[in-house]
Design a protein around this ligand. Structure first.
Ligand code: HEC
Ligand SMILES: [Cu+2]
Length: 415
């Protein structure tokens, strides 16, 4: 599958951000606005949207500062000039001055209308994501963020970040997930929550939006060109992470926080958005959707990647579908009056039943459950099924596991 995010969007967009370089002293790279933004926000915004927002903020700030100085200055000057003096008769104030009154009504009104429209259009730009690009599902829950990519890949990588609550303590570190995104590509995040309201905030991108338990919202940004000279660290086995060309892969990280007070560990709800080159991202996403390891380990991963976890628990709790705990090797009754014995729920007969269950779920419906599972015909390969069956029949999920190797077969049954 080649997602259409590879279609270059703003192919002609200048890498350094047009706005900043466009107009002379104020807006030039290294100019007044640049310095001011660095001073206020600790760095230049990492997307075009961010720089537009900073730009507007800069002018509103400047205009406010101008009027503050003007009005306070005049107040001070007039109080001094017209102060009470012994024997001086107060001057009569003029009843009105049409030109002056028009000027102080029209000019501020025009400025406010300009601010409103700049802000409104900026907001619209920020919430309406472009049709092109990549969409990633981001799910918030107390207290972590999860990302699911279009091909089913999940963000399984994390890094250790200093805990904000207990910075000094020994386990004052926490796992912070890393979300990979391609560089110079519009990325839409479809936000939802599993519990309470969270707020997905990426300060570098100047985007923030609430994630709700009962509806979808979205934010989008275009990951900037990679800045700096950081390259990806070696993988878990210590092998260097290299791109297709055999060179180290550059990247830029951006912090994500939850900006909603969603519970006691709200400040710990962090993630990292890691912008990497497009080619590497493509490779990463395919790789992340292909679990590695033993059949059981891969089955464990497919359980989540394929979404079985939405309806099947693995700890014995009843969800929309039956739990997978002690499913293998235990008898079951179906709604049509038939059933399977414990012995039938093992080995090849179980595998055959599993295949029917996922490709034609309506054929046999477990008693006490609705016919709510959709067919996975064409959505589950033989290989993936093998892994899932291995997982379900492993000691992880059943007290009557299938033999995992010859050593597990009881002496008297060995041939
Ligand atoms: C939308 C919810 C839903 C999803 C997602 C789902 N299932 Fe199911 N599943 C059910 C329900 C409900 C039943 C019970 C009714 C029936 O037997 O069809 C069931 C039954 C089963 C059974 C038979 C259970 C038994 O005790 O005999 C198997 C096996 C199964 N599902 C496998 C899977 C696999 C593998 C996946 C992921 C690829 C999956 N299911 C995803 C809802 C779901
Ligand atoms: Cu939160």
């Amino acid at each position: 599958m080649t997602p259409d995010f590879m279609t270059p969007l703003l192919a002609s967009a200048p890498a350094d951000g047009g706005l900043l370089s466009r107009g002379g002293l104020f807006l030039a790279e290294g100019g007044l606005m640049d310095t001011w933004t660095r001073f206020n926000f600790g760095g230049i915004g990492a997307s075009k949207f961010a720089r537009d927002a900073d730009h507007l903020f800069f002018w509103i700030y400047l205009i406010s500062a101008f009027f503050f100085v003007l009005l306070m200055g005049m107040t001070a000057w007039f109080s001094f000039k017209y102060r009470w003096k012994p024997g001086k008769v107060p001057e009569r104030s003029a009843s009105h001055n049409t030109y002056l009154e028009l000027a102080w009504s029209v000019i501020p009104t025009m400025l406010l209308v300009w601010m409103f429209f700049k802000g409104f259009w900026g907001y619209v730009d920020g919430v309406i994501s472009p049709a092109q690009g990549l969409t990633i599902d981001v799910i918030g829950k107390q207290w972590s963020w999860n990302a699911v990519y279009p091909n089913g890949a999940v963000s399984s990588e994390s890094t250790r970040a200093r805990s904000l609550n207990n910075p000094g303590s020994e386990n004052g570190v926490q796992d912070t997930p890393i979300f990979y995104v391609p560089e110079a590509t519009p990325v839409t995040l479809r936000l939802s929550s599993e519990d309470v309201i969270h707020s997905f905030w990426v300060p570098d991108m100047r985007t923030k939006f609430d994630a709700f338990p009962n509806r979808y919202t979205s934010v989008w940004f275009e990951g900037e060109r990679i800045t700096g000279d950081k390259t990806l660290p070696p993988d878990k086995k210590g092998n260097p992470t290299l791109g297709k060309d055999g060179k180290p892969v550059p990247y830029t990280d951006h912090w994500v926080f939850c900006a909603e007070y969603c519970g006691s560990n709200h400040s710990e709800m962090m993630a990292i958005i890691r912008v990497v080159p497009r080619e590497y991202f493509k490779h990463w996403m395919e790789d992340a959707a292909t679990p590695k390891g033993t059949l059981v380990e891969r089955g464990q991963a497919y359980y989540k990647i394929k979404g079985c976890n939405a309806c099947h628990s693995i700890d014995g709790t009843k969800a929309i579908g039956p739990t997978w705990k002690n499913l293998y090797g235990y008898e079951v009754n179906f709604t049509d009056g038939t059933g399977m014995t414990a012995a039938e729920r093992t080995g090849a007969t179980f595998a055959e039943y599993f295949k029917t269950s996922v490709f034609n779920p309506g054929a046999k419906i477990v008693q006490g459950y609705p016919n709510q599972m959709q067919s996975y015909l064409g959505r589950l390969s033989d290989e993936e099924m093998r892994c899932l069956i291995a997982y379900m029949s492993s000691p992880l999920l059943t007290d009557r596991p299938a033999p995992q190797s010859v050593d597990d077969v009881p002496e008297n049954e060995k041939k």
